[in-house]
Design a protein around this ligand. Structure first.
Ligand SMILES: [Zn+2]
Length: 275
């Protein structure tokens, strides 16, 4: 699942190429992928894009006069690529934008479930679409993060992934950030001490920056994640095997020594069923 570092790396790579030529033809799009019908995709034909932007995990492609914005959310399995003129592309992408001169921006999605989305929005509709998002996760200082977390008492891992509180973090970077901050994924947001919030704010910035730097260099998941998806492998700090627990539809990875004082976290859904 692409999160803030991955989507930002994509944004940086696409920013110049999408501006180079006007759009020749927008679409077609898979019926499940295109989330809006008015204005129609054909409204982009002949327009020049102003570059690539990002809000949380969404990519934004405003047209030059800013009166229309193309929004792309990759969800878990979407992939967006810029193809040079003549490059071989997928036969039936979920969405295609063809530029004058022959280059293409193509969105594909692995698997049969179509979750990735494309929206074409006017500025007021864009503002409404993005209104629920919290501040960008890589731009928060400890004071602001503390206010946000203490506004509600939640398990920390779930709170970090809640886009209404903070925009940009999903389960992989929540695992990386909580390990770097030496905090339990099950810690309650309302009970964090000031020094813990400060550690979390610092870890959030450092980990998201580390991720962006690696992704810009083309690093894959095994080169990027040190905790996520590493069950049983030694923690890079203390060599304790990384543990895993299922929680709210998500799998959490953590180090029992660095993060939970040696305690092994229990699957709360299971304990609830057994009670
Ligand atoms: Zn450790």
């Amino acid at each position: 699942m692409p999160e803030l570092p991955e989507v930002e790396a994509i944004r940086r790579a696409l920013d110049a190429p999408v501006r180079a030529f006007p759009v020749e033809r927008a679409g077609p799009a898979h019926v499940a992928t295109l989330k809006t019908f008015d204005p129609p995709l054909s409204a982009l034909d002949g327009e020049r894009l102003a570059g690539a932007g990002r809000r949380g995990k969404r990519l934004l492609f405003p047209v030059a006069d800013r009166e229309l914005v193309l929004v792309v959310h990759l969800m878990s399995a979407g992939r967006i690529r810029y193809l040079a003129p003549g490059a071989k592309g997928p036969k039936t992408p979920a969405f295609r934008l063809r530029f004058e001169g022959g280059a293409e921006l193509v969105l594909t999605e692995a698997g049969s479930k179509k979750r990735a989305g494309v929206w074409l929005l006017r500025p007021d509709a864009l503002a409404a679409e993005l209104a629920h998002l919290g501040p960008e996760a890589d731009e928060l200082d400890a004071a602001r993060l503390g206010e946000i977390l203490r506004s509600d008492s939640r398990r920390l891992h779930a709170a970090l992934r809640d886009q209404r509180l903070l925009a940009g973090i999903g389960r992989a970077w929540a695992n990386e950030i909580l390990h770097a901050a030496q905090l339990s994924p099950y810690a309650l947001t309302g009970q964090l001490a000031d020094d813990e919030v400060a550690r979390l704010a610092a870890a959030m910035r450092a980990e998201l920056a580390r991720g962006l730097e690696l992704r810009e260099r083309g690093a894959g998941n095994p080169q990027t994640y040190r905790i996520h998806d590493r069950l049983g492998q030694p923690c890079h700090v203390c060599a304790t095997p990384i543990a895993r627990v299922d929680f709210e539809e998500h799998t959490i990875y953590y180090c029992p020594r660095c993060q939970t004082g040696g305690r092994v976290l229990k699957d709360r859904r299971l304990s609830r069923l057994l009670r």
